[in-house]
Design a protein around this ligand. Structure first.
Ligand SMILES: *Cc1c(COP(=O)(O)O)cnc(C)c1O
Length: 382
């Protein structure tokens, strides 16, 4: 029997999305910050312990809010990995900031905290750790460096919903944290995101920046008798239909994560023999990091031609993909950013990485088939 196609991702629906959207529709509350948005805010605040959670259109929007909140000015430097999604850098470049790309760790592919200090200059304003695959950066060290130099920390926790570091939710450790609810993430609303505000001094301005630079939120709470233009801001809040969809997902976020963790664990077990043979390396989860199984990736041995592996999987109708083209090697990254030190690890790991299909409900047989195709091809050729 021919095997069925195995896509890279399948967005998971809990089943209540349309029900809650209908509820919002019949409640005649369609603009932002209605009952569903408030429920999502409360959930995020309770789950993460952040001071204030604010839904946004996307993680990109949350990062843009962060750049506004930190008052990034032209020429201000922001330390970040090059191995990340464009939005990590773009948000700061929009304000004239300069991304300073620092190399990543061999094990987690996260910003190498040991290299941060040497990249700090008098123009440095912030550090933006990215928790790749929902596995935490070494936040103790990063926070200590930031405090010592008076820098702000913005966690790009786009992939980190439900993950934690030493018991603290990702996104709740730095001054600000950004989540994504994009269709490709674990908990979704199509497009969507949230800004977690941990520094209470930034909370009021965060509300203002998100509401077109006005104190509309305070007006609705009855704290002021009219609302006016206070600051530079924009419209960063999603409408209630998105929040209603998201609520159906947040209710099931723990279950979604547990299901993904089970599939992640199955890959990890099935791939152990290939790691033992030195053909590939499996992900590393450091002590103290509880991850959310956002991604299962492998790093192929350097002599292996990644494209041939992807082609072979595709020939078997298995859709596996690579990940970031490092930002420092992209046209805009070269124009707007600066490299600090060698990015040898970034360049090396980015070229060797493939991500395997993973979604809620992927069958054990499908995972077995993927690992078989991979093992047979690699065993024959390497
Ligand atoms: C997905 C992602 C983003 C962007 O999220 P959107 O919600 O699509 O804007 C930013 N950073 C990282 C690391 C991501 O994985």
């Amino acid at each position: 029997m021919a095997n069925e196609k195995i896509p890279f991702n399948k967005p998971y629906m809990t089943g209540k999305e349309l029900y809650y959207i209908a509820e919002a529709k019949f409640g005649n509350m369609l603009a932002g910050d209605g009952p569903f948005t408030k429920r999502c805010h409360r959930w995020l605040e309770q789950k993460t312990g952040c001071n204030k959670a604010l839904l946004t259109h996307s993680c990109t929007a949350a990062l843009e809010m962060a750049a506004l909140l930190l008052d990034i000015q032209p020429g201000d430097e922001v330390i970040m990995p090059s191995f990340t999604f464009v939005s990590t850098a773009n948000a700061f470049v929009l304000r004239g900031g300069v991304p300073v790309f620092v190399d990543i760790r061999e094990d987690t592919l996260n910003l190498d905290e040991r290299l941060i200090e040497a990249a700090i200059t008098p123009r440095t304003k912030a550090i933006v750790p990215v928790h790749y695959a929902g596995v935490a950066c070494k936040m103790d060290t990063i926070m200590a460096i930031a405090r010592r130099y008076g820098l702000k920390v913005v966690e790009d926790a786009a992939q980190g919903v439900i993950s934690s570091y030493k018991g603290n939710a990702l996104g709740s450790i730095g001054d600000l944290g950004a989540y994504s609810f994009h269709e490709t993430k674990n908990v979704i609303s199509g497009e969507g995101g949230a800004l977690l505000v941990n520094d209470p001094e930034l909370a009021l301005r965060a509300e203002i920046i998100r509401e077109k630079g006005t104190d509309r939120s305070r007006f609705f709470r009855g704290e002021v008798d009219k609302y006016t233009w206070q600051e530079v801001g924009s419209s960063f809040l999603p409408g209630e239909l998105i929040a209603a969809f998201l609520w159906a997902q947040l209710e099931e976020a723990e279950w979604i994560t547990n299901d993904r963790l089970a599939s992640w664990g199955r890959y990890h077990e099935l791939l152990a023999p290939l790691e033992a043979k030195g053909i590939l390396r499996r992900p590393v989860i450091p002590e103290g990091c509880q991850h959310n199984a956002h991604m299962y990736y492998v790093l192929l041995a350097p002599e292996i031609d990644r494209q041939l592996v992807l082609n072979e999987l595709k020939r078997n109708e298995i859709y596996s993909v690579f990940h970031y083209v490092p930002l420092h090697s992209s046209p805009a990254g070269q124009r707007y950013g600066r490299v600090h030190g060698s990015l040898e690890m970034t360049n090396g790991q980015a070229e060797r990485l493939i991500r395997l299909p993973l979604w809620v409900g992927i069958a054990a047989e499908q995972q077995g088939q993927i690992v078989n195709v991979l093992g047979q091809f690699l065993g024959k050729h390497y």
